[in-house]
Design a protein around this ligand. Structure first.
Ligand code: HEC
Ligand code: HEC
Length: 491
């Protein structure tokens, strides 16, 4: 090789090396710039606040949470001894059930959990998607998709009291107040045989008596160690009649749920200063999430606020629904069924996004199977809902895909979903509590949508999907089975 060719080649080499170096530097500068911008947004939206109430939650090793765990897994709280709370909220399924619509008392095989759980005659009578019970203790205002168990002036209001009226029997926590309701629902736990009493408290008393082996239902189980368990849980030597009351049952289950704190995510580590906890794509997603639409952001944060990612208000986003549940003609009208206020029609409590990666399918009816679909919905709600019906996506959902006449089970679904969509056009009508955020017309290209999905995946707690780590919250076949009625889940 001639000398000048050598020089030319080596110059070329060093030039390209130099370009690479420049690119690297540029990338670093971009990435530092991104971290800086994010830190401003985090500050601005109080995403680095301490999570309120986090430090007051019970530990899973406490006697009361341990009792609550046994109760949560016990089918003896269902009329026909075939459903436990864990049937729809199993820790191994991230505190939910992996179904679009929950299946309770009419499961074909009551031990089967997850996508394979089938409903007798395809009768989906629960009507809503089961939210996770992880982080139950972090909700400050209300529980359920419509917050029908909620703090009001002076205490907690429930379906047992009038709207905005204190239920004097609700107990002290939202979790305890909520735990009194699944057992009174025919479709979730009660079934049709056990007890048709005049009111909810009648049902609860009978369940407590059967468990405590006193009153009307005695010697139902071959073994019954509940008294010992309650005495340990409540550190008391009182009798069954005193200790095994439904209020105590609900309190213990509530404490178990409140012990399920799963907030240690890459996002939180990032917020606390570990800038390597997120990928660049996740950082770009976070930036879009936290930036308002005037600055080309997605403005998710206007509703998904603070470190728990929810304003706990009632907002209208018009995810597709199946058109069943609260109102025969209007479908699931959401908060309106609680408040009786027409402005609340189709409004639901803003979901928390903690661990959201683990709790598909999404929305109050579980109509979107993936986070990609949810984000695409926000990009263009109308197109997304229309596609859902044109492409018959309902019948792609795990729960419905093997059902022969799937498209005819919910024949009102399209009408009702379109009606909810219609409301978006007429929004800016504030609902109760001043809720009334509007859904911005955001334009997200495919890369941006992917970045937001990646960001949502950074909200997953390191323990929440690790079975070994979850062991303390999962009932043990032998140790946690005081009456032989423990749910033996098959997945
Ligand atoms: C058949 C399935 C099923 C069973 C059994 C069941 N749940 Fe649920 N759970 C649901 C569904 C569906 C919802 C949402 C209902 C709604 O919002 O209207 C829900 C909501 C909840 C919530 C509110 C979560 C939130 O984000 O607001 C809690 C807490 C809860 N259940 C705890 C329990 C407890 C405790 C038990 C047992 C006493 C129980 N569940 C039994 C399906 C079930
Ligand atoms: C106007 C308020 C509002 C805005 C803005 C908003 N959300 Fe939501 N989000 C909600 C409400 C309300 C729900 C529950 C909807 C339902 O089930 O019907 C929800 C549900 C979700 C869910 C499903 C959670 C679950 O557990 O099922 C995800 C994921 C989500 N939002 C992500 C986002 C992202 C990402 C953005 C920004 C692109 C965003 N949201 C913008 C109010 C909002």
């Amino acid at each position: 090789m001639k000398i000048h060719t050598l020089i030319a080649v080596s110059m070329l080499f060093s030039l390209s090396a130099c370009n690479e170096l420049l690119d690297l530097i540029k990338e670093d500068v971009n990435s530092i710039e991104l971290d800086n911008q994010l830190s401003i947004l985090i500050e601005q939206h109080n995403m680095n606040d301490t999570i309120s109430g986090e430090s007051n939650l019970p530990d899973i090793s406490s006697p009361i949470a341990q009792l609550g765990k046994k109760l949560f897994f016990s089918q003896s709280l269902s009329g026909d001894l075939n459903v436990a709370c864990a049937s729809c909220h199993h820790p191994a399924l991230a505190g939910a059930d992996a179904l679009s619509l929950s299946i309770g008392a009419n499961a074909v095989d009551s031990d089967v959990l997850g996508g394979g759980r089938l409903a007798i005659d395809n009768d989906f009578d629960v009507g809503r998607n089961a939210p996770t019970v992880f982080n139950t203790g972090l909700w400050r205002d209300g529980l359920f998709w419509d917050s029908r168990v909620e703090f009001v002036q002076g205490g907690i209001s429930t379906p047992d009291s009038n709207f905005e009226t204190v239920d004097l029997n609700a107990g002290s926590t939202l979790a305890a107040a909520q735990a009194k309701f699944p057992v009174t629902s025919n479709s979730e736990m009660l079934g049709d045989e056990f007890a048709q009493f005049e009111n909810n408290d009648g049902v609860r008393d009978h369940l407590a008596q059967r468990m405590g082996n006193y009153g009307l239902h005695i010697n139902v189980f071959d073994t019954n160690q509940w008294l010992t368990e309650f005495q340990l849980g409540f550190d008391s030597s009182e009798s069954s009649e005193v200790l095994i009351t439904f209020n105590n049952i609900a309190f213990a289950m509530g404490e178990y749920e409140r012990s399920m704190l799963f907030v240690d995510s890459p996002w939180r580590q990032y917020v606390n200063g570990d800038i390597n906890a997120l990928s660049d794509s996740q950082k770009r997603g976070a930036q879009l999430f936290l930036t308002d639409d005037n600055n080309n952001g997605a403005n998710c944060v206007q509703c998904h606020q603070g470190p728990t990612f929810t304003d706990e208000r009632f907002n209208l986003v018009a995810f597709p629904q199946f058109g069943i549940k609260t109102n025969d003609d209007q479908g699931d009208i959401g908060r309106e069924a609680v408040s009786n206020n027409q402005n609340d029609r189709y409004r639901f409590r803003t979901a928390s996004l903690l661990n959201v990666e683990l709790t598909a399918p999404y929305g109050h009816a579980g109509t979107y199977q993936t986070l990609e679909e949810v984000v695409a919905h926000y990009d263009n709600p109308r197109e997304s809902v229309e596609d859902f019906f044109v492409e018959n996506k309902m019948c792609d959902l795990t729960q419905f895909k093997n059902i022969e006449n799937c498209d005819s089970i919910f024949n009102n679904a399209q009408n009702i979903s379109m009606a909810a969509l219609q409301e978006i056009g007429q929004r800016r009508r504030p609902g109760r509590n001043g809720s009334g955020s509007t859904l911005d017309n955001i334009q997200l290209n495919q890369d941006e949508q992917n970045d937001i999905v990646e960001f949502l995946r950074a909200l997953t707690d390191v323990c929440a999907s690790d079975l070994d780590c979850l062991t303390p919250w999962i009932a043990d076949n032998v140790l946690d089975n005081p009456d032989g009625q423990m749910l033996k889940a098959k997945f």
